[in-house]
Design a protein around this ligand. Structure first.
Ligand code: SF4
Length: 233
């Protein structure tokens, strides 16, 4: 990690504004109200490339049917596949079951607590591993996806290139920006803020609490003034 990449005063302001925004704006999903590592692991698998609103009813049914790791490991493959069918990505059911069986075999049925161990499970990538570490185990593991990348690129004027999650500059920035406590909540704040305010198309800069110090908003404003400048003065 590159130390002190971000201007400290601006970074502190960024954190304060976003934490204040989170009060009253965070979306409420069942997997966000638990610290149970198995429940969080299931949610992270279901949320891969899938909208949270679509996942919510399937997740409820899934947890009622397979409330524990043992129950899932003993499940018939076709039953799990059928239950997850509405979400698409059929390989997800296989990988989830394979992961639970590996956890039973190698970790005595306890969800592993380190990013490196989690990354060895089928279907678990960096985002999923870090999200589980932060949310279930309270570790300071910030996540980077396209939503988070967009906020950092716009607000701090960074450039992560085409494949955001591979950008060392962005990875360093999100790690540096993460608060020392409650990083699970911080990750959720960034995700929800990117979905509700700093959206990919038509970001809602006019009502954004970050606008005052946002690089993108400042440049857009300058562009707008140039475009709207009267030709005859
Ligand atoms: S001001 Fe606009 S571009 Fe900047 S963080 Fe807010 S919504 Fe995103």
């Amino acid at each position: 990690m590159i130390d002190n990449q971000l201007p400290i005063t601006k970074l502190r302001w960024f954190r304060r504004q976003l934490k204040a925004w989170a009060c009253g704006h965070l979306r409420n999903f069942p997997w966000r109200r638990t610290k149970d590592a198995y429940a969080i692991l299931v949610a992270e698998f279901l949320l891969q490339k899938t909208n949270a609103d679509t996942v919510a009813p399937v997740y409820q049914r899934f947890m009622e049917r397979y409330p524990t790791l043992n129950a899932l490991a003993a499940a018939r493959e076709e039953d799990v596949t059928m239950l997850l069918r509405p979400l698409g990505l059929s390989f997800r059911a296989d990988r989830l079951r394979q992961s639970t069986q590996l956890i039973l075999k190698n970790y005595q049925g306890k969800i592993p607590k380190t990013e490196a161990q989690l990354l060895k499970l089928p279907g678990v990538g960096k985002y999923t591993a870090r999200s589980i570490c932060a949310h279930a185990f309270g570790q300071r593991k910030a996540v980077l996806d396209t939503n988070v990348a967009r906020i950092f690129e716009r607000f701090f004027g960074l450039s992560g290139g085409r494949v955001k999650w591979r950008s060392q500059e962005l990875q360093s920035a999100v790690e540096e920006a993460a608060p020392t406590t409650n990083v699970g909540m911080w990750n959720l704040t960034l995700l929800d803020f990117g979905a509700a305010v700093c959206t990919a198309r038509h970001p809602r800069c006019g009502e954004c609490p970050l606008q005052e110090q946002c690089q993108y908003a400042r440049e857009s404003n300058i562009d707008e003034k140039i475009i709207n400048k009267p030709i005859y003065m």
